[in-house]
Design a protein around this ligand. Sequence first.
Ligand SMILES: CCC1=C(C)/C(=C/C2=NC(=C\c3[nH]c(/C=C4\NC(=O)[C@H](C)[C@H]4CC)c(C)c3CCC(=O)O)/C(CCC(=O)O)=C2C)NC1=O
Length: 172
Amino acid sequence: MRDAITGLIGRYDQLGRYLDRDAIDRISTYYSESSVRLAAVELINREAATIVREAAQRLWLADPELILPGGNAYTTRRLSACLRDMDYFLRYVSYALIADDASILNERVLNGLDDTYKSLGVPTGPTVRSIALMADVVCEMLLESGVASAIVVRAPFDHLCRGLGATNLRAR
Ligand SMILES: CCC1=C(C)/C(=C/C2=NC(=C\c3[nH]c(/C=C4\NC(=O)[C@H](C)[C@H]4CC)c(C)c3CCC(=O)O)/C(CCC(=O)O)=C2C)NC1=O
């Protein structure tokens, strides 16, 4: 687990260098984005259940066969495993969001997940979509509450989507 500042200081320390203009710019960007990051994390903390529920409803609407007999999220047990996975994704996204660093997503979420999903037949495409839909919901709620920029907020969701998509492609 790293954050943007410790990661950057670690790199400069390895090179034995003072923090130069690039480093200061990077750190200054991080601090200027901090209120958006905090607002997003507060929103996620307050509305996690709503965010998961809303994104899941959009997923079932787009992909109804997932929750019909034969679908991977069919049966109460598997449906709740699916919603729980979405909740895991959202919680780890909130950590990565405040840290501005994706290492926790690699270490705690993506590492080994592809193998688990393959062995259980959990489909990657719809899982990636569920993550993108949570990003949509979070960004919509933030915009409604008056927070303008959502790009920063999408980054950790995108990282998860790319990570899942990439491991899936490699294994084919
Ligand atoms: C914090 C890191 C972490 C992650 C990410 C994680 C994921 C994870 N998801 C699982 C299952 C599952 N995951 C899903 C998810 C879905 N099926 C669908 O069709 C949808 C597209 C999708 C929801 C969006 C389902 C249905 C299962 C149960 C599969 C089964 O048991 O047959 C399992 C197997 C064990 C279990 O059911 O608990 C793991 C380990 N566990 C972790 O500790």
